[in-house]
Write a protein that binds this ligand. Structure first.
Ligand code: NAI
Length: 361
């Protein structure tokens, strides 16, 4: 089907390009946020969510796009940061859904490689195949690396071992207890990796089917979702939702390390400093959960598996760098990670270069 896209630009300071793209016949409406392409094309997933208003979708896209810039920079990837959020719901009927994500692909094609997407919350590898019908600038396809969750889990494990080394003098997790919130795609892989390393794993999930899958891993025990923050554990690993660390839950944690996959774990700025005051090592979420986007480099940047594995392992040294900077500057680790990412961005090409103004959509 021919698609007719209309584009409305939104001026946002510090962003290279923000626009709203619509295909009215398909009910398609998406916000594209290209934050920074200093290090390479902006890479960020496609999220589908039901937003109360367009402004809410724009705010989400901006926050997520900036986060991708920082995540990609610290992961050593040749990518900038961007994000697209589609105002859901997306159609569920297969032919309509295929056309819908085809329109999304046509919108992405207009960025001529300046923005590359992949799956995210609310989208699947099959949706990315539909996107690929209209553009090459898409990863996370069924025919490529597919589900990034195993790599995300492995990256969290490396981050956790680095934090363990920092806290206890050696990276071994044997005999340590990890309180794991959320045993979905990432959490379940992580639970297995932790068990393989001799850790005790306590899990919580709101979905019975997920808990049943976790129970099949030997030795895993479960607590009620609201008790996971208080579970006697050395490590708290948030792998469910964002915003779980707020002023109240931060005070409840007995753990000495927080390290998990969930995006935007801190409900408000400054909580990283409070965690530091409490003697808890917090591995910033976008440092710990970079494994997924690192796996994307195989499809998007032509990396081979050895290079991907090396980048996954480098998450450990990034954790050490972040902790060292936080100690020297006596700041929270989230602030330290942001600063480190900004330093890396400063070392790239001129981010305000001429072609920035020529973004084609
Ligand atoms: P998922 O949706 O497969 O799993 C999330 C799990 O959390 C589900 O089992 C859900 O039932 C559970 N959950 C929801 N609310 C809960 C609560 N209040 N208490 C306990 N459990 C709860 O998602 P996935 O892919 O495993 O991702 C987990 C987190 O990691 C998300 O925040 C995601 O944005 C982030 N992330 C995931 C990546 C990936 O490769 N899948 C990459 C980077 C970040």
């Amino acid at each position: 089907m021919d698609v007719t896209l209309t584009t409305t630009d939104i001026a946002v300071p510090d962003f290279e390009r923000v626009c709203l793209v619509r295909e009215t016949r398909l009910g398609y409406e998406a916000v594209f946020a290209i934050h920074d392409t200093t290090l390479g094309p902006a890479v960020g997933g496609t999220r589908v969510r039901e937003y109360g208003a367009v402004e809410e979708a724009v705010a989400d896209a901006l926050r997520l796009a900036r986060g991708m810039t920082y995540k990609n920079a610290l992961a050593g990837l040749p990518f900038g940061g961007g994000k697209t959020v589609i105002l859901g719901p997306a159609p569920t009927e297969p032919a309509l859904r295929h056309a819908f994500f085809g329109a999304h692909g046509a919108a992405i094609a207009r960025f001529e490689g300046r923005f590359i997407t992949g799956e995210d919350v609310g989208t699947t590898p099959a949706d990315m195949e539909s996107v690929a019908a209209a553009t090459d600038h898409v990863g996370g396809r069924e025919s490529g690396m597919g589900d990034p969750s195993p790599y995300t889990a492995l990256g969290v494990l490396y981050a956790l071992e680095a934090a363990a080394h920092d806290s206890w003098g050696h990276p071994s997790l044997e005999g340590r207890t990890v309180a794991l919130q959320g045993v979905g795609a990432v959490g379940l892989h992580l639970a297995r990796l932790l068990r393989d390393r001799g850790a005790h794993v306590v899990v919580a999930d709101v979905a019975d089917a997920r808990l049943a899958a976790a129970h099949r891993i030997e030795g895993v025990r479960a607590v009620a979702p609201d008790r996971i923050f208080d579970a006697a554990a050395d490590v708290f690993a948030p792998c469910a939702l964002g915003g779980v660390l707020d002023r109240s839950t931060v005070e409840r944690l007995p753990a000495r390390i927080v390290c998990g996959a969930a995006n935007n774990q801190l409900a408000e700025p400054g909580l990283d400093a409070r965690l530091r005051q409490r003697g808890i090592r917090y591995v910033p979420d976008y440092v710990a959960n970079a494994g997924g986007v690192i796996s994307g480099a195989v499809d998007l940047a032509g990396w081979d598996r050895a290079r991907m594995e090396e980048a996954l392992r480098r998450i450990s040294s990034t954790v050490r760098d972040v902790f060292a900077l936080a100690d020297v500057t006596e700041t929270g680790t989230q602030s330290a990670a942001d600063r480190l990412a900004e330093q890396r961005l400063g070392g790239g090409a001129d981010p305000r270069g001429a072609d920035r103004a020529q973004c084609p959509v």
